[in-house]
Write a protein that binds this ligand. Structure first.
Ligand code: ATP
Ligand code: MG
Length: 355
């Protein structure tokens, strides 16, 4: 059977990019999986603290993320849905992998640069335009891809469904696994395959040259899966940046804003057309206002059942907290898989038992 693992950071309520690029795929995979497949989906809270978090917010975000994952359709009877920090083996394997991961490779990864607002050619070794940036770069943010590799390799994961922004980290994970196997002369770690959703990169509404993100400082740049009809209308009708070219055409380079709206509408409800290009052709002579109305309507219609489930879950949780209990059960099942694999890994490298 396959082993599917993926994670999402508790840095806010999931948005359309998270939903189309990751969460909806997780649910699809879950609902078409065979009895032999193992499914693990983690709220990766250890990743969230690589940037500064307010502790009260983080606690709430963690709870809201668990509720969001259930609201989109993950089923605790089919999938292990748990917070990463409860399974300490993630940190243990990270240390082992840190001892073979190279600083050079990590320094070429783009995520720490973008989270620090640095250009893609920034280096942790050379003084950059801002001489303080080397001091400001935290070890955890820099080595984040090693923890992500540990998350994946800990379960013998064969497939990782993620958005396009994570493809680079998955390649790093494969290289780390292959390097480790070569160093110990044993096939002990499994290089995982990436599964990319068709909507692999949803763009920000307010700056469609950037990806939609939970941590973008502008809340109007993203639509949350729990947004009300009027929030959705406001963000799409009033805040989404388009252009002044007449008519609707699909061209992600020349018309990023319009094309992003077309993509969002198409991927939210694939029954509206055969492809984003076809959808744009159908809308060729429509005004920008009419296009936005249609997009908002489609988004609202698709999110409505998720929003309703989310509100029900949160209401139940208030009456009688159950997310915590649910997490304990799933984390302890994940832990038993993790422990077995770590025993093998430790034995290969000469750690663990004295015999
Ligand atoms: P943060 O800004 O805190 O990093 P995020 O929005 O990037 O939040 P993550 O928790 O880092 O979300 O990623 C969760 C999953 O969602 C990953 O698989 C990631 O590839 C995917 N994802 C994130 N943003 C997008 C997007 N704009 N389009 C498609 N997939 C996305
Ligand atoms: Mg991210």
């Amino acid at each position: 059977g396959r082993v599917i693992f993926s994670g999402i950071q508790p840095t806010g309520i999931p948005h359309l990019g998270n939903y189309l690029g990751a969460l909806r795929e997780w649910v699809r995979i879950q609902n078409t999986a065979s009895e032999q497949d193992k499914l693990l989906f983690s709220v990766v809270d250890m990743h969230a603290i690589t940037v500064k978090q307010d502790s009260a917010d983080l606690r709430r975000y963690r709870r809201e993320m668990m509720a969001s994952l259930l609201a989109v359709g993950l089923d605790p009877l089919k999938s292990l849905v748990f917070t990463q920090g409860k399974v300490h083996q993630h940190a243990e394997l990270m240390w082992i992998l840190s001892c073979t991961a190279s600083m050079g490779y990590l320094s070429r990864m783009t995520q720490w640069k973008s989270k620090m607002g640095l250009g893609t050619d920034a280096s942790p070794f050379e003084s950059t335009a801002d001489p303080k940036s080397r001091e400001a770069l935290k070890l955890g943010l820099f080595s984040y891809p090693v923890l992500q590799a540990a998350d994946i390799l800990l379960y013998g994961t064969t497939h990782v469904p993620v958005g396009e922004d994570q493809a680079q980290h998955l390649e790093f994970t494969r290289q780390l696994a292959l390097g480790f196997n070569a160093a110990y002369g044993r096939t002990i770690l499994t290089p995982p395959e990436t599964i990319l959703a068709p909507a692999k990169r949803v763009m920000s509404l307010t700056d469609p040259t950037k990806k939609m993100s939970k941590s973008d400082e502008n809340p109007n740049s993203r639509i949350l899966i729990t947004d009300s009809k009027s929030d959705i209308e406001m963000k799409i009708m009033k805040k989404a940046l388009t252009d002044s070219i007449e008519g609707v055409t699909y061209d992600r380079q020349a018309r990023p804003g319009v094309s992003n709206l077309i993509d969002i509408m198409y991927y939210m409800d694939e029954s509206v057309a055969a492809s984003p290009e076809e959808l744009a052709k159908d809308m060729a002579n429509v005004s920008m206002r009419a296009l936005k109305e249609k997009v908002a309507e489609t988004v609202n219609r698709t999110l409505e059942p998720i929003r309703t489930r989310y509100n029900l879950i949160m209401k139940d949780e208030q009456r009688r907290p159950f997310l915590q209990d649910h997490n304990e059960v799933a984390a302890s099942a994940a832990k038993s898989i993790a422990k077995k694999r770590l025993r093998n890994i430790n034995s290969v490298i000469g750690m663990g038992t004295l015999q």
